[in-house]
Design a binder for this molecule. Structure first.
Ligand code: ADP
Length: 762
């Protein structure tokens, strides 16, 4: 019973009761018994939608009531705002909440006054690097979806961040929320935490496989779902459930497939819509078109009019929330989604259909099966407590054998173990530098003992491995002038045969053990500190530094864009078939503009990467040359969300490049700054002044420029009719004049004047 809980801020219990929470779910009660509200650490490994957030909330609120401060770490930016909205309701009983994502160079001191801070793991990592003082006030840290420690790209950051937060405050309460994984106990041991593991779900979940004309469920029951000759299995399954007035979620393996499926599935559900639903969907479609006029927007609106939608990471965030809200309100009947939707966002449906259980894996060069954990998370989205009688999760089989295989592979199977990915060099490169630069280790021994507190160390049996990779990384960092070693470098402190082997340093951990009494001091150089604070992969920084140093004359925007595009911090666009030639050609045209050393054409992979970076650079250049968003997304076959992602990353990397340029006293700071400003606003040089006026975007700036208005100063003095003629829209014109600092911005009685301008540049 909720009222029996003690130690929460007054008002918290009645708040939860108002939310419809009368008593704790069993795993929540177990968490309380394990000490969640007494400041004890715990790992809660329970299925999706079984109320993990409440476990976190009880822990955080009791910590705050004891005078502490809580941090909630989310894996995705999209989840940060969702959680913040949820916790904002606590303001009614005096608990304040702040959210921070992006901008990796600040300490966000304003957060010192917040009781709960919500942030992504990358953001927390950067706060540690920038030395945010308030982090040492934390008494409770929640790590949501902690099983993502297993993720090759992002896992190491979460792992190291948790280790650092614990090092800052050894009494810290860590509450780790996990999907049901194989080795939750191991994670609990690592965190010195109690384990709360449960299979309990608030709503029954039936799992099954559809084959032929029926679904066979895990409890032995069957449900007839016949497939008409011309339709697909998922069409039949969606039609069947929508006829019951429930909704369906279909998981597919790529954005393109999500869009194609939505087109088809929308036609399946359209005949089931009532008139008032159609009217509401028309409005929703208008809202979607209002967000942007891209092709994705148009396609999404077309599906939405018929009651369907697609959902993937290429969607603009406004689109994403419109779709999620309408699905939760049951206005949309079906969503086809890539697995990003399974990772957190709360959008249950009565029937979940996992259509694709394989996806293309570029490292493997072919289709590979999804992890059991991923499929379970998708399946866990089935069923809305209180709304559906049960949830159903269905896989699709094309043969009897495949049906058996799917039962074994996903329905009867347990999720995989979580394995640390920290020992991969790119991860260690970043985290070793950060650990030294932010003062967590000042000697090699100190560094190794910090590393020893990671999950990786607790999982590996190869004692020497962490040590030897750490040393390889130290070597790299020293070579690139990010770190200095004193008290003897690799070879320096050794003698005899060891010294001979020094070139091919750090081969054997046993060698190093003999150095134990001769510890090596480690210090980050100024450049190393800068790189760590900038949150750059040291390899990206080395590439940029080298590129700038090798530029004999002022680098062009294209040269700089290609340079940042080839760093590991920028996801390159892939080359499609036939594009090798196209970009090979472009390479020979632009060779002189590109910075640094191009690989030889005979180095297949490296050369292809170089061209892929050229393609990404060309995208940025087209954007900065004012090409329309629509044309860009078509030319490069990407979604508008991708374009924004690339532009944001480019802004960040060029900002970092400017700081690095100053650090190495490069002559090209101004060129870098200008390239950055152009990519930020998507304009050519001549519009940079105009876009600095609030309310003037790339299109309006071009219109004004064509009418002869070239700067804020012009806006203050030019004939108002010209501004009105260029911008159309009196209110807009007035606002812009006001923002430019014009004394009397009023447009009352002004007649528009058309000035014959030059043709649009793109
Ligand atoms: P998870 O994080 O485990 O996926 P959530 O915390 O999002 O799940 O919870 C899923 C839903 O269950 C939420 O809508 C939440 O309000 C509701 N819920 C959580 N705990 C309870 C409870 N004890 N009683 C009733 N509803 C609850």
């Amino acid at each position: 019973n909720l009222e029996e809980l003690s130690g929460l801020p007054p008002g918290a219990v009645s708040h939860f009761q108002d939310e419809g929470i009368e008593s704790l779910y069993p795993p929540q009660a177990e968490a309380v018994e394990a000490g969640a509200t007494d400041g004890d650490s715990l790992v809660a490994a329970v299925p999706t939608a079984s109320g993990k957030t409440m476990i976190a909330a009880l822990s955080m609120l009791s910590a705050i009531e004891r005078g502490g401060k809580a941090l909630y770490i989310v894996p995705l930016r999209a989840l940060a705002s969702e959680k913040k909205d949820e916790f904002d309701a606590y303001e009614e009983f005096g608990v304040s909440v702040g959210v921070t994502t992006g901008n990796y160079e600040s300490t966000d001191d304003w957060l010192a006054t917040r009781d709960i801070v919500v942030a992504t793991s990358e953001k927390v990592d950067s706060l540690v690097r920038n030395g945010a003082d308030w982090l040492s006030d934390l008494t409770c840290v929640v790590s949501d979806e902690v099983h993502l420690i297993d993720d090759r790209n992002r896992g190491p950051t979460l792992e190291v961040t948790l280790a650092k937060l614990r090092a800052l405050n050894p009494a810290l309460q860590v509450v780790a929320l996990s999907a049901t994984v194989g080795n939750a106990g191991e994670i609990a041991d690592w965190l010195d935490a109690e384990l709360v593991a449960s299979d309990w779900r608030p709503i029954d979940l039936q799992m099954g496989v559809h084959y032929g004309n029926a679904i066979s469920f895990d409890d032995g029951s069957k449900r007839e779902v016949p497939v008409d000759g011309s339709e697909s299995q998922e069409d039949a399954l969606v039609r069947d459930i929508v006829a019951e007035d429930a909704s369906a979620l279909v998981f597919v393996n790529s954005r393109r497939n999500a869009e194609a499926a939505a087109r088809r599935l929308a036609n399946v559900v359209a005949p089931e819509l009532a008139d008032e639903e159609k009217a509401a969907l028309d409005e929703l479609a208008d809202d979607i078109r209002d967000v942007s006029d891209s092709e994705t927007s148009t396609d999404l609106a077309a599906a939405v009019e018929k009651g369907g939608a697609f959902h993937h990471a290429g969607l603009a965030s406004e689109h994403r929330s419109l779709v999620e809200d309408a699905f939760r309100d049951r206005l949309l009947k079906v969503i086809s989604a890539t697995p990003t939707l399974a990772a957190g966002v709360n959008t249950p449906a009565r029937r979940v259909i996992v259509r694709d259980w394989r996806r293309f894996d570029s490292t493997a060069g072919g289709m590979t099966p999804l992890d059991v954990l991923e499929v379970h998370q998708m399946m866990g989205r089935a069923g809305r407590p209180g709304l559906d009688p049960y949830g159903e999760a269905v896989l699709l089989a094309k043969s009897h054998d495949e049906q058996d295989d799917l039962f074994d592979r996903y329905i009867w199977a347990d999720a995989e173990d979580v394995r640390s990915k920290l020992a991969a060099e790119p991860a260690l490169r970043t985290h070793v530098l950060a650990t030294i630069a932010s003062g967590f280790a000042s000697t090699r021994d100190g560094l190794l003992s910090f590393m020893n507190e990671t999950l990786y160390a607790s999982q590996t049996n190869e004692r020497g491995r962490l040590e030897s990779v750490t040393d390889t990384v130290l070597d790299y960092l020293e070579r690139n002038d990010f770190v200095e070693r004193e008290g003897g470098t690799a070879g320096g402190s050794r003698s005899g045969a060891d010294a001979d082997a020094a070139d091919d340093a750090f081969t054997s951990a046993a060698d190093l053990a003999t150095e134990a009494d001769q510890d090596v001091d480690l210090r980050a150089t100024n450049l190393g500190h800068t790189v760590s604070r900038l949150y750059l992969d040291p390899m990206s920084a080395a590439e940029i530094v080298h590129g700038l140093e090798s530029a004999g004359s002022r680098p062009t925007a294209m040269g700089l864009y290609q340079l940042i595009a080839r760093t590991p911090n920028m996801y390159e666009l892939y080359l499609r078939s036939g594009e090798d030639d196209k970009y090979g050609q472009l390479y020979y045209e632009l060779e002189d503009e590109l910075l640094g050393d191009a690989p030889s054409e005979y180095e297949d992979n490296r050369f292809e990467d170089w061209l892929a970076a050229l393609k990404t650079g060309a995208l940025l250049k087209d954007w900065a040359d004012e090409m329309d968003e629509d044309r860009l997304t078509e030319r490069y076959s990407i979604g508008p969300g991708d374009l924004r992602g690339k532009v944001e990353t480019a802004e960040w990397l060029l900002g970092a490049a400017e700081t690095l340029a100053a650090e190495i006293s490069s002559d090209w700071s101004v060129a870098v700054r200008e390239a950055r400003a152009r990519v930020e606003h998507g304009v050519r040089e001549e519009l940079l002044e105009l876009v600095s006026v609030r309310g003037v975007g790339r299109k309006r700036a071009r219109q004004l420029y064509q009418a002869g208005v070239e700067s804020a100063a012009d806006l203050r003095t030019v004939d108002k009719g010209i501004v009105l003629g260029a911008l159309r829209g009196r209110k807009t014109a007035e606002n812009i004049l006001e923002n430019a600092g014009r004394e009397d911005p009023s447009m009352a009685g002004v007649e528009p004047i058309q000035v014959d301008g030059v043709e649009a540049t793109s």
